[in-house]
Design a protein around this ligand. Structure first.
Ligand code: UT7
Length: 327
């Protein structure tokens, strides 16, 4: 049986650090509130003219190819999970493939807000399992600072910029992606969206003046759904695979709020030591959070480790993946 296994991971974050202290000078907030309500100390911001999401994705992928010692020409497919594409079209994945020299790859973007990386991972795994493709890159990348309203204290303290890429290859030894549960419910759109810039409300002077090109989020409503959604789906995948918290080496949760992560770990009966958390340093990088965690924890992971990945985000979209680490 062919499974899709992650055989390499690489992250990339911009140099500029936006601290809670600096945010205090921009909006009516304070370090104590941000840390206690979200767990965030600082986040990275991609600065510079004409710098889009692809810049971060390309840096992550180039690092990954170098680390693995493989040529970009060997890549069959690039899926870019993003909510902040460089442009409406073409797909950022196409721009990335061109910039990294992946001349033999086709690629597309996948849009599922904060669940985009896990949706993409599952989608990519099907190309590998079917035997049609051998080397697939999934890159999760977002320049959230491009859609954050830095006059809105509810959202501007949460988000950051970053990217992470994984290589997926066939594995016949029992490791790789074993199972997944993916869900969505469009009733959540009202609570978390970007009002203008799409086909329903194209950009006009009025939409810009009304600040409708930024993230609109009803924090509390999203929080309630997220806490339940991410904890339930993580418990469900354990049960479905006859696992308990004791069988799990690591939980890789989407980093939206430390309190959501804690609730999920508790529900799974997991000790905090088994939970990857870097929200304190990067905030919520949307599609970047999960690969950035895998990248930072890579040296601690062991072949055969049982790993649960879980996410919840705009849409609403949510889901979990059970995999066995392959190296
Ligand atoms: O990844 C995509 C999915 N998104 C999420 O999962 C985000 C889910 N939501 C959250 O993480 C939280 O709802 C937030 C972090 C956005 C907000 O935290 P909260 O604990 O839900 O705060 P709240 O909205 O209930 O506000 C509590 C108080 C309010 O003041 P009053 O009305 O009690 O006087 C807010 O005005 O905190 C105030 N507040 C702030 N104070 C200082 C809201 N934002 C801030 C701020 N600094 N940045």
């Amino acid at each position: 049986m062919i499974r899709a296994a992650i055989t390499g991971v690489q992250g990339w974050v911009p140099e500029y650090i936006l601290t809670n202290k600096e945010l205090e000078s921009m909006v009516d907030t304070n370090d104590e509130w941000i840390q206690s309500r979200t767990g965030i100390r600082e986040r990275r911001i991609l600065k510079g003219k004409d710098q889009g999401t692809s810049v971060m994705a390309v840096n992550a992928i180039n690092g990954l190819l170098q680390k693995k010692g493989i040529s970009p020409l060997e890549i069959d497919l690039i899926i870019c999970a993003t909510t902040t594409p460089d442009m409406q079209f073409p797909a950022t994945a196409n721009i990335i493939a061109d910039k990294v020299g992946a001349k033999n790859a086709f690629g597309y973007d996948l849009s599922a807000a904060c669940s985009g990386f896990i949706y993409s991972l599952v989608t990519a795994s099907k190309f590998i399992e079917s035997g049609s493709h051998k080397k697939v890159i999934v890159v999760g990348a977002d320049k959230m600072s491009s859609i954050v309203d830095y006059t809105d204290r509810q959202t501007c303290v949460i988000f950051g910029d970053g990217a992470g890429a994984v290589l997926l290859e066939p594995d016949e030894s029992g490791n790789g992606i074993i199972d997944s549960i993916l869900r969505s419910d469009g009733c959540g759109a009202q609570h978390l969206h970007q009002k203008a810039g799409g086909s329903m409300r194209p950009a006009t002077h009025e939409t810009v003046d009304a600040r409708e090109h930024y993230i609109y989020q009803e924090g509390q409503a999203v929080f309630k759904f997220a806490v339940k959604g991410m904890a339930d789906i993580s418990a469900e995948i354990l049960e479905k695979n006859n696992l308990t918290g004791d069988d799990i080496a690591w939980l890789v949760p989407h980093q939206a709020n430390k309190r959501i992560i804690d609730a999920t770990a508790k529900r799974m009966g997991l000790d905090e030591k088994k939970v990857m958390i870097n929200i304190d340093r990067y905030g919520n990088t949307t599609n970047g959070t999960i690969p950035l965690c895998l990248w930072e924890w890579e040296s601690k992971l062991k072949k055969g480790d049982n790993i649960i990945i879980a996410a919840f985000g705009g849409g609403f979209t949510w889901g979990s993946i059970y995999l066995k680490w392959a190296y």
